[in-house]
Design a protein around this ligand. Sequence first.
Ligand SMILES: *Cc1c(COP(=O)(O)O)cnc(C)c1O
Length: 722
Amino acid sequence: MIKSDPSVNIAIPKLPKDISGLKDISLNLWWTWNPRGKNLFKLLNSYLWKESSHNPIAMLQNMSQDELDKACQNEHFMREYHYVYDMFQMYVNDSNVYAEEPLPIAYFCAEYGLHHSVPIYSGGLGFLAGDILKESSDMGLPMVGIGFMYPKGYVRQFIGTDGWQNGAEEPLEKDVAPIERVLNVQNNHFTIQVPFIEPAVYATVWKINVGRITLYLLDTDIEQNDPWDRQISSRLYTTDMNQRLRQQIVLGIGGYKVLEELGIEYSILHLNEGHPAFALFERIRTFMEKEQLSLEDAIEKVKQTSIFTTHTPLQEATDVYNFDMMSASFKDYWKKLGMNKEEFMGFGVNPDDPAAGFNMTVFGLNMCDNRNAVSKKHAAVATEIWQHVLPTLEEKKVEIDYITNGVHLPTWLSDELAENLITVLGEQWSLIQDDPVLWGFVRDIKDKKLWRISQNSKVVMVNFIREKVRIKYAEDGIDPMVAMAEGVLLDPDVLTIGFARRMTEYKRPDLILSDLERLEKILNNKDKPVQIIFSGKAHPADMNGKKILQHIFKIAQDSRFHGRIAFVEDYGENVAKYLLHGVDIWLNNPKIPMEACGTSGMKASLNGTLHLSVLDGWWPEAYDGKNGWVFGSELSNSYEDAKELYDLLENEIVPLYYDVDNDGVPTMWVKKMKEAMSTIPAYFSARRMMQDYLSKFYIPISKKLQKNSLKKGKRDEKKNSN
Ligand SMILES: *Cc1c(COP(=O)(O)O)cnc(C)c1O
């Protein structure tokens, strides 16, 4: 009935028959987490590969017919092509890894961090959702993703000479992104109308292949919509509350409608954060309509079969829509549910502040019996801040469970390390990646080898940063002091601290700059120097975040630090990978308990980049006294935390790094790297996280549903025999 036709938007010059599979490979993000897949494109044309920022579709479009024909004559390339294509086909056609299979799951999220060629993400929440899709694909879980297309969505960061962050919208180039139009039977772009919402709004549907999983994206930038509604999907997390509400209606209710119309089967609804929570209303409505359930029974079924994951320890971070705004869109909708306005709004009223409006987190907590926070610490905080909502839910004790986040290991592991890990972990390591015993074998890697790999990643990172600045210099003719601030003087032989995350107050990006005199001594130590690399974007509306960034940038331009402080522009998936693999230390110092989980430290530790962090988010669950460092406390102030950080650097960290043996290897440092790599990846893998979602939610819900349908089946049988 419905099909997708990539030929509409993917115009690759006549791809020779012998390598026609390149199109299938480039239209599935599988290659992004398979080193041999990445390497295949690089082999084809390493210069264009770099030029295209590792985007196979853009690269193939830029290749000449002649060049493509020639590739078919290249024996080495063809051998590699057949190998990769076979692996790819085996992967996508393979059945499940897991014996106990849940019923299908629909996963909703406002953003997905998958690859930089699909810029539909802003930060941590998106990368978590992306990793969940990738891991579900690897595990063969029956999942479908729903998200949003942001045609103008991505804001590139440009820092001016004065250190002020300027944003430039980068339009999503649909023709060179690995996305496909979903077509209807008439070969037109499949379009839905969001049900019963006033005024009417329409969305077309695109899809992305994430291995074996399909992610559907809604796009409102179409002619049927009036100009204002065309903008609904323009950008992520708009601060215009009216527009934001419309966006979340399209994502939740429209997204639900897409699944219905495409005839996609799913039994379990998983909401990642409150943004798509309106899907719960549509779920109630369709249960009433299709299964003839009463409103009460429909609500009960929604509660039992839906999962709500909360990601913030802050009440204020939740979207709250005033009732007038809600009424304007939903005034026909609540009638369809057989509710009046008060009942409808009641699901989102925060008893602490009932006049404020409809609260998306309160709604999610009210309407899903399966709720989780994203780390053990976050569960305690979330249960406390939502205490006033929780007891009203049911008589029985209600709390927020936790499933600590994990990261998709094949995505975040450096290629060079992956190649070497195979020798100690075995070819099939990824099948048992969540087994802690497996990672103990990391200790069998020779110290010298591990050290060489990590230091080589640092060289690669420094080269990448310098090249980035060189291009900016060539194009914009920037001031040399700005070039210095952006990292041209970095030295790959120096102990390197990385701080890369959102530039916002609670993350305290400038904590390490608290005492500049003391810092100067640490950085400029003659035989034990240290350098710091900062990176991260401020939210366009976060003036305070922009000021912090500007402060850092000014200090990076201060000649007394000898070019040992750098700020790398435009943090995103690409920059993150270079830094995570390349720096020696990953610094994390949010104000406790503001970090719900954090995942970048997990990615760092996997690569032997040591985590230096306050005990917040995931770190209390991981820190064992040897696999990284801790400093600061919940009760101390920033000044005290900074002092502790300097002490730790001076007394322990810097000496450890520069204490080298006759081969130039800092053996005690490498021991710590191995400790991190052998104790952290198994538990903080997306594999373990998905196993938790399976055992806590997906499987129990499936069993309940199957039991109920059995019961119902029996009842029907009885009825028939009577
Ligand atoms: C992992 C990741 C994040 C989230 O990291 P935090 O630890 O939550 O700051 C953000 N951005 C990018 C590019 C990432 O890869």
